[in-house]
Write a protein that binds this ligand. Structure first.
Ligand code: ATP
Ligand code: MG
Length: 301
C-alpha cells in the first residue's frame, strides 16, 4: 500500500468508539487535499491522478481477489440525496471487469422484504468469494430513514413494537454481529459515508431541476427530506459512532467536491484489497511437469 493510501485511510477512518460530530468534519475535503494529495498541480488534477492510479490498481487487485478465491469485498455507500453515490460507483469501478463486481441499489422495501428480518434482503445480495459487491444504500437505512421517520417502524411487523429507543441499540448490535460474521468468513466490509453539506445538496438538486438531461433524477421527496436534515445528521452521527468497528470501519468521505470524493473512495478500496493476504494458487510440481509437456505439445501443433 502506498504512502498516499495509508494517510488517506487513516485520515477518513472513524476510530472505533469515538463520538462522531459531523459539523466538525469539513465536507469540502480541504484537509484531505493538503495531507493526502500533495504536489504543486491544481487540486482537481491531483485528485484525478489519484483516481486514475487507484483505478488501475483496483483492476489488478480484483484479479488477485478472483484468482485466490478466499475473500470477497462488500462496499457500502451511504449518504444524503445527491451526495454522489451513483457517480462514485461509476467512476471508481470503471476499470474493473464487470465479471468481478456487482452493484445493488436498495430503495423502499417491498411487502415481502418487510415480512423478513431487517437484514434479509441485503444478505441475499452479498458478494461471493472473488467478487466486489457494492451496496448503493443498505441495511443502514433501517437506522437512518426509519429512525428519522419512526412511524415506519410500525410497518416492520416487529414482535415488540413498544420497545421504543431500545430498538436502535439492538439494531446496532445486530449489524455489528452480522458484519463480524461476514469478516470471519472472508468478506472485507468497507463502509463509506459521503459527507455532503446542506448548501451543496441544494445546488445539486437545483441543477437536477434546471438541466433537462438531469431532470429524471429529481424527485419531490428530495426536497421534502431536506426538512429533516438535522434529524438525519443526528441519526448518521449515532450510527457512525456505534457501528465503526475494527473489523468493519466507516470512512467519512468529504463529498462536496466529487473529484476528491471519488479519488478517496477508490484509493481506500484499492489500498485495502492490496493489503489483503491473498495467495494465488500455485501449480504443484506434478502440474509443473504436466504444464511443460502441454507447452511442448502446443508448440508442435
Ligand atoms: P439519489 O441519491 O440520486 O437521490 P437515491 O439513493 O435516493 O438516489 P432513490 O431511488 O431516489 O435513490 O431513493 C431510494 C429511497 O429508498 C431513499 O429515499 C431511501 O431512504 C429509501 N430506502 C432505502 N432503503 C430503505 C429502507 N430500508 N426503508 C425505508 N426506505 C428505504
Ligand atoms: Mg433520492
Amino acid at each position: 500500500m502506498s504512502k498516499h493510501h495509508r494517510r488517506l485511510i487513516r485520515h477518513c477512518r472513524v476510530r472505533p468508539g469515538t463520538r462522531v460530530r459531523l459539523n466538525q468534519i469539513d465536507p469540502v475535503g480541504t484537509d484531505l487535499a493538503r495531507f493526502v494529495l500533495p504536489g504543486d498541480a491544481p487540486l482537481r488534477a491531483r485528485a484525478e491522478a489519484l483516481l486514475e492510479h487507484s483505478r488501475m490498481e483496483l483492476s489488478i487487485q480484483q484479479e488477485r481477489l478472483w484468482a485466490s478465491n478466499t475473500h470477497s469485498v462488500l462496499v457500502i455507500l451511504q449518504g444524503m440525496d445527491a451526495s454522489g453515490k451513483d457517480g462514485t460507483i461509476k467512476h471508481v469501478m470503471s476499470g474493473v471487469s464487470p465479471q468481478g463486481c456487482e452493484v445493488h441499489s436498495f430503495g423502499v422495501p417491498s411487502h415481502e422484504e418487510l415480512s423478513h428480518n431487517f437484514l434479509w434482503r441485503y444478505s441475499n445480495r452479498l458478494p461471493a468469494r472473488g467478487r466486489i459487491g457494492l451496496f448503493n444504500r443498505s441495511y443502514y437505512e433501517e437506522v437512518l430513514v426509519v429512525r428519522v421517520h419512526p412511524q415506519l417502524l410500525a410497518t416492520r411487523f416487529l414482535p415488540a413494537p413498544g420497545k421504543g429507543g431500545r430498538v436502535w441499540r439492538e439494531r446496532f448490535d445486530d449489524i455489528n454481529a452480522f458484519e463480524r460474521h461476514l469478516v470471519r468468513n472472508g468478506t472485507v466490509v468497507l463502509k463509506f459515508f459521503l459527507h455532503l453539506s446542506r448548501d451543496e445538496q441544494r445546488a445539486r438538486l437545483l441543477k437536477r431541476i434546471d438541466t433537462r438531461e438531469k431532470r429524471w433524477k429529481f424527485t419531490s421527496a428530495d426536497v421534502e427530506e431536506r426538512a429533516y436534515w438535522d434529524d438525519y445528521m443526528s441519526a448518521y452521527e449515532n450510527m457512525l459512532s456505534a457501528t465503526s468497528t475494527r473489523h468493519a470501519p466507516w470512512f467519512i468521505i468529504p463529498a462536496d467536491d466529487k473529484h476528491i470524493a471519488r479519488a478517496s473512495v477508490a484509493a481506500t478500496l484499492s489500498g485495502t484489497i492490496a493489503s489483503l493476504p491473498l495467495h494465488l494458487p500455485l501449480a504443484s510440481s506434478v502440474e509443473h511437469r504436466r504444464l511443460a509437456q502441454l507447452r511442448a505439445k502446443l508448440l508442435r501443433t
